[in-house]
Design a protein around this ligand. Structure first.
Ligand code: SF4
Length: 214
């Protein structure tokens, strides 16, 4: 795992506990978070402990993003299943295509089958920086697709355009700035310049998060 944000309103419907996964072999051109590509550099996390933390955070669900959740499907399936048992929704972002994941599941990849089965809302497809999405919430490029795998968020199917993108900025007492959510690069640069930040924190198509000392 890379890190968590215990409460965010920028990474899916409602208030959510967001978990960024460390490690991604897809390596999309224009990925905002190449520092999350390496499998090393994260920290180990216990699935049920994360669900306990989410439970205490007064959120409606957990969002898994990265990095690539389906490259650590076994542990995240355990997390997602436990979250749903407690009534928390699960939204999962992946750079893989749903069809390819379902084919892997059909060939016997039980971890992928379980993580798909415990996901309410799946966003799939690699980030494509030539296709910026400026209308739908939470995604970075127009090729990425929403799949409503359970009825939990089916009411949003035709209403995604009414859900606003958000950008959240956190500043610690030590002056560390972190952002998550979505804004255009120009808007983000303007905002960070106003905060006195020297460079743009890295983000990604589906995590869009980073930190930068001011
Ligand atoms: S955009 Fe997402 S899927 Fe693509 S390389 Fe970055 S973390 Fe991986």
């Amino acid at each position: 795992m890379s890190h968590v944000v215990p409460v965010t309103e920028a990474e899916g419907p409602g208030r959510r506990f967001a978990v960024w996964i460390q490690g991604c072999s897809i390596r999309c051109r224009g990925c905002f978070n190449p520092h999350m590509w390496a499998k090393s550099g994260g920290r180990p996390a216990e699935a049920l402990a994360l669900v306990d933390e989410a439970d205490r955070s007064d959120v409606e669900g957990i969002t898994l993003l990265g990095g690539e959740p389906f490259e650590q499907a076994e542990g995240l399936a355990e997390l997602a299943e436990a979250a749903q048992v407690r009534g928390l929704s699960v939204m999962t972002f992946t750079g893989y295509l749903r069809e390819d994941l379902e084919a892997r599941a059909a060939r016997g990849d039980d971890a992928v089958r379980r993580l798909l089965g415990a996901t309410d809302l799946l966003v799939d497809g690699p980030y494509d920086d030539a296709l910026p999405d400026l209308t739908r919430p939470w995604v970075g490029s127009t090729n990425q697709r929403f799949h409503f795998l359970t009825p939990r968020y089916a009411h949003l199917r035709d209403r995604l355009g009414t859900c606003n993108d958000r950008l959240e900025v956190r500043v610690t007492a030590e002056g560390q700035v972190s952002v998550n959510g979505w804004a255009t690069s120009d808007d983000l640069d303007t905002l960070l310049a106003g905060l006195g930040s020297r460079r743009r924190p890295p983000r990604s198509h589906n995590s869009r998060d980073g930190a930068d000392p001011v």
